[in-house]
Design a protein around this ligand. Structure first.
Ligand SMILES: [Zn+2]
Ligand SMILES: [Zn+2]
Length: 477
């Protein structure tokens, strides 16, 4: 803009909508200039859309201009885990460990890879000290950042500070350095600096990290990110590490697989149970209590829940045993329901043998519980969408045209022609109207895409509901 360029075109990738990551948006002048075009990407939630969440911080009470009054043409993209493209850049997304659903972004283009991973907390509390073996979800995180030419990583705390900050959703410098070394990252930009640290304190922290790397003869280059710092990355000649994220289209509208999601809960501790119920209710999810493995199996067969949350605190309650019983019933172990174990300690080895998917370590906050539930319900929905497609069809799983705005009929898009984007600015629509038009859009889109066989019962049921809903509503398409 300062160079007088008109018609600016850009993309903004948001990891999550905590205020420290979105408060710049209302003050970002290029969004207010007519003729500019912006695409804003962020993680999909279970209730509000990304656009609605961003509009919330520009509500009358907080800001004189609403999001819809921005002059530029803005498109919003709600993302799940997977991949998508921005021009010639391949973008892969993966959930991070934070008390809000947060995406890490891996960008690959021209033989160069950049990964952005803020805000993220180590899954293993030992690894936060930079010690121990990298396993489980920390290993998957290492695979996500593998071979990056530049990794921009959360490093808010030091190992010494971490014990007082458990559950705050941030990494330590030691963790970021250890994972970068393991994942053969070339350059590491430490960021999300603690607000109480001044520049001198940051310099000291950096000097000690560099000294340790020199001692271990590590080739990793580390620096502290600072405002306005620019870095030129050039293609390296060695082979690049492949990204571990699959080909699922990250912009897929997964809502058709999200009607009436349910969760089963096996918790003995009253306080933990109450906290979990509150978290699940806040996400608008139906919860069923089960007290023993038989009951769990019965619920799974009847309801096909998105997730099971089981407490493990023997002899009072043996979540691992229930998990094992659930797994024995699985006829398709590769696509089985996720099981989240609530325990005081992570027991990776026993968890793997019992078929545990993920852990919620006590004590946890309500925000952490909500995020875990949200992530797994969304992952199950994505898995449902993926399985509904014939093999090898994933790349066609593009988003439907109108999550927001008046519905309009859309003919099948010719290969290579630009995708029609959702219209903005229809805040006043009643939510039921919006729901119906979203359902119609989803239905139409499925027909257009010839996604015919919906083998899973939950999917079949959803399609039935969609057809009933759409045919009972006056046509406006
Ligand atoms: Zn955050
Ligand atoms: Zn943050």
């Amino acid at each position: 803009m300062s160079a007088g360029v008109k018609g600016l075109r850009g993309h903004i990738l948001i990891s999550h909508t905590h205020w420290d990551h979105i408060q710049g948006i209302p003050f970002f002048a290029p969004l207010f200039v007519p003729g500019n075009e912006w695409d804003i990407y962020g993680p999909k939630g279970l209730g509000q859309s990304l656009r609605e969440v961003l509009a919330g911080q520009m509500d009358y009470t907080y800001f004189p201009v609403t999001l819809d009054q921005c002059g530029a043409n803005i498109r919003y993209h709600d993302l799940v885990e997977g991949t998508f493209e921005i021009e010639d850049i391949k973008v892969s997304t993966r959930y991070l460990n934070h008390p809000a659903l947060t995406l890490g972004y891996r960008l690959e283009t021209d033989g160069v890879t950049v990964v952005y991973a803020c805000d993220h907390e180590p899954h293993s509390r030992i690894l936060a000290n930079g010690q121990g073996e990298i396993t489980g979800y920390d290993l998957q995180h290492a695979q996500f950042i593998a071979g990056a030419d530049l990794l921009i990583h959360d490093a808010q705390y030091t190992a010494e500070e971490y014990p007082a900050k458990i559950g705050w959703g941030h990494s330590t410098v030691e963790y970021a350095v250890k994972l970068s070394n393991k994942a053969e990252v070339k350059r590491l930009a430490l960021t999300h600096h603690d607000p109480s640290r001044d520049d001198d304190a940051l310099d000291r922290l950096l000097a000690s990290a560099k000294a340790e790397l020199r001692e271990n003869a590590a080739s990793l280059e580390v620096f502290a990110a600072s405002e306005g710092y620019a870095l030129n990355l050039v293609r390296a000649h060695e082979k690049h590490a492949a990204c571990c994220v699959g080909d699922f289209q990250a912009q897929t509208l997964v809502d058709p697989a999200l009607t009436e999601p349910s969760v089963i809960i096996g918790i003995a501790d009253l306080k933990t149970g109450a906290a979990l119920f509150e978290a699940i209710q806040a996400e608008g999810i139906h919860a069923k209590l089960c007290s023993d493995p038989d009951e769990a199996r019965k619920f799974i067969a009847e309801d096909r829940p998105s997730l099971a949350i089981l407490e493990h605190d023997p002899p009072r309650i043996d979540g691992m045993e229930t998990c094992r019983a659930i797994r024995q019933q699985d006829n398709d172990p590769e696509h089985s329901m996720p099981v989240l174990i609530v325990a005081s300690e992570l027991d990776q080895a026993r968890g793997v043998s019992a078929g545990v998917t993920d852990w919620l370590i006590k004590p946890f906050t309500g925000a952490y519980a909500r995020t875990k539930v949200r992530a797994w319900v969304l992952r199950t929905a994505c898995e449902g969408m993926r399985r509904a497609l014939p093999q090898g069809e994933e790349p066609r799983f593009a988003p439907p045209p109108l999550p927001i705005g008046p519905p309009r009929l859309r003919t099948q898009r010719a290969k290579g022609s630009p995708r029609q984007m959702p219209h903005r600015g229809t805040e006043a629509r009643r939510s039921s109207d919006k729901e119906i038009s979203t359902e119609k859009a989803a239905l139409l889109w499925m027909y257009c895409r010839e996604v015919a066989p919906f083998e899973t019962p939950s999917f079949g049921k959803k399609i039935g509901q969609l057809i009933a809903h759409a045919t009972n509503t006056p046509a406006e398409m």
